[in-house]
Each structure stands twice: as C-alpha cells, then as structure tokens.
Write a protein that binds this ligand. Structure first.
Ligand code: COA
Length: 309
C-alpha cells in the first residue's frame, strides 16, 4: 500500500499538540482512563526483546481485551494516545541517538502519516493485527525504527527451520553464514514499511543500510542485518529488472543470501503489486522463492570504515 500522505510532514510541535489533545479526550471519555493508558503503555515495555513486532505478548492482549470491553471507541482512543504520546517521546530519543538521529527525516515523515491516520482511521487500521499499526506501535514504544522504505527491529535471528526445510545446500549456506558472522543472532531484521514506501528506492535502501550499520557499530552485541523476502530471489532481476538492486547492492558489500522455505505470504506479496509477475506466475513461468539476506557485522563495519562506497 502506497502511503496516504507521502508529502505531508507535520511540525513535531503539532504532533505534541495532537498528543496532548488525545490524552485530554481520553481522560474525559472515562474515569480511570489515564491510569489505564499508563498500564497499557507499561505492558508494551515488557515486550520480550527477541519477539517480533507482530507477536503480541499476553500482558498487552489482556489489557487490550479489557479496553475492548469498555465503551465503544475507547480502544481506538487508547491506541491513538499510545501512538501519539510515544512518537513525542521517541522523537527525543531518536534525536539523541548516534545512529537513529541520521534517520530523523524518516521518523518525522512516518510520524506525520501516523498522526494523520489517527484523524479518520479505516476499520481495523488502529489495532492489532494491522501490520502498519503493529510497526507504528513498535516505533512509538522504542522497539523499532522506520528508515526510508524499511522498518527495522533488533534482537532477531535467522529462522533456522525455514532454512533447513529449503534443503541441504541452504543448510550448508547457513553454516557458512554462522561461521562468517560468528553467530547470526541477535541481528537487526528489516521488513517493508508501508508508511515510507515512497522512499523504497536504491538511494533509500543504501541510506537505510548506512544508518543501521551505524546502529550496529554502536551495539556491540549485534551480529549483522537480516531480512527475508521474495525480492532477494536472483530470478527477480530477470523478471523485474528495476528490483535487481535489492540483492545486488548488499551482495556487492558482503551480504550473504540463503534460500528459505517460501511462505504463503511471501508468495502472495511477490505478485500483489505487479501485473507482470502475476501473469508470469499464472502461466507457470515464475514461481516465487524467498531468500534471507544476512549481512555480517564484520562486512558492515568494513563498509563503514571505507566510508560507505
Ligand atoms: C516490495 C515493493 C514495495 C516494491 O515496489 P516497487 O519498487 O514499486 O516495485 P514493483 O516491481 O513491485 O512495482 C509494481 C509495479 O509498479 C510499476 N512501477 C513501480 N515503480 C514504477 C515507476 N517509478 N514508474 C513506473 N512504473 C513503476 C512496476 O512496473 C510494477 O508493475 P509491473 O511489474 O506489472 O510492470 C512492492 O512490490 C510491494 O509493496 N510488495 C508487497 C509487499 C512486500 O512484498 N513485502 C515484502 C514481504 S516478503
């Protein structure tokens, strides 16, 4: 989904004002609402560090069910407040961080779209399991970062079972990657981020990797960058040549690619935006195949030392 408001960037002060107004509305909506908001935000802080952004922990689910059982519209107000108050807080954190401050313009664009989406949310847009919402909350609670067309989360690892199910050659590649990276976990994993899709370009990609290489340089535990997608399949360069850069740019700078089992959602994503890929798929000339990118810390730091050529 292309973003709704790609060119509108709100003043951070306006987001602060919107945040204060939402908290006020929430307090007026129900007694005890402010305490509920505090408890709900706290529950998000207890998200296990290595859980993905879309695996909602029980502490959050319990409070979510309790919010849903209250007055109609209460849960939407709570979610708006979580997003807006969190964005105000996280902007300060981002602007002081040695790496994420380099992505402050991405943060401001994403924050603007999130704030605008709070004006007239579509049904289901402001709650789990909506994918943008889950990523937005992760950003607003300090568990994720939006950089150019991507969303990153830390503490992730290669899904070994998916590699093993892809066959012997893939398993050998996994051993090679593990040796090269001196382990592959924890790593910074990326996903496509709908709020910043207009930055999904070769320049955006290089910039995102540079910012995350900086984050990794300041995070001694991180083993590298990770990401799984159909567009890392070498066959994509022939079918959709304008996407060839997605594999070529990191591969030329030390990233390794592992074949993994293709999920239904990978296959659906591969054909969802392109008439050409859909036609080739339907005629049996294209079979989506997922690959995992693993860019080891050592290679990233070497790229950094060279000045990011
Ligand atoms: C990954 C993704 C963001 C890449 O988008 P993209 O850079 O626009 O590239 P796509 O090849 O997908 O573009 C889709 C169509 O728009 C066209 N297009 C894209 N950019 C264009 C441009 N600047 N000018 C003209 N046409 C353009 C392409 O030609 C393509 O149509 P076609 O293949 O029928 O010719 C997009 O495919 C997507 O959102 N996919 C679903 C989510 C997904 O895959 N997530 C990853 C999960 S594994």
């Amino acid at each position: 989904m292309r973003p709704d408001h790609p060119n509108i960037v709100l003043d951070p002060l306006e987001i602060e004002q919107r945040s204060e107004a939402i908290v006020q509305r929430l307090q007026e909506a129900e007694s005890g609402a402010a305490e509920f908001l505090d408890a709900y935000r706290l529950a998000h802080r207890s998200w296990p560090a290595d859980w993905p952004y879309n695996r909602v922990p029980p502490a959050v689910q319990i409070l979510l069910r309790s919010a849903e059982a209250r007055k109609q519209g209460f849960v939407t107000l709570v979610h708006k407040a979580v997003l807006l108050t969190g964005l105000v807080e996280q902007r300060r954190v981002h602007s002081q961080h040695p790496a994420w401050r380099l992505a402050l313009s991405s943060f401001d664009e994403a924050a603007s779209q999130i704030a605008l989406s709070c004006d007239e949310p579509r049904s289901g847009e402001l709650s789990y399991p909506d994918d943008n919402f889950a990523k937005d909350v992760a950003i607003a609670t300090g568990r994720g970062w939006g950089v150019d067309g991507l969303f990153f989360e830390a503490h992730r690892g290669i899904e070994r079972s998916r590699v093993l199910r892809a066959g012997v050659a893939a398993t050998v590649d996994l051993i090679r990657a593990t040796m090269r990276g001196r382990g592959t976990r924890p790593a910074y994993e990326h996903h496509v981020y709908g709020r910043l899709l207009h930055r999904f370009t070769p320049e955006g990609r290089m910039n995102a990797y540079r910012v995350v290489a900086e984050a990794i340089a300041h995070d001694t535990s991180a083993r590298g960058i990770l990401g799984t997608a159909w567009y890392y399949d070498p066959a994509v360069a022939k079918i959709s040549p304008r996407l060839a850069y997605l594999r070529q740019l990191p591969e030329a700078r030390g990233a390794i690619f592992l074949k993994v089992e293709t999920s239904q959602s990978d296959a659906a994503s591969a054909v969802s935006k392109s008439e050409n890929r859909r036609r080739l798929f339907e005629s049996g000339q294209y079979r989506p195949q997922a690959f995992t990118l693993f860019w080891p810390r050592k290679a990233l730091l070497a790229w950094r030392r060279a000045g990011y050529p």
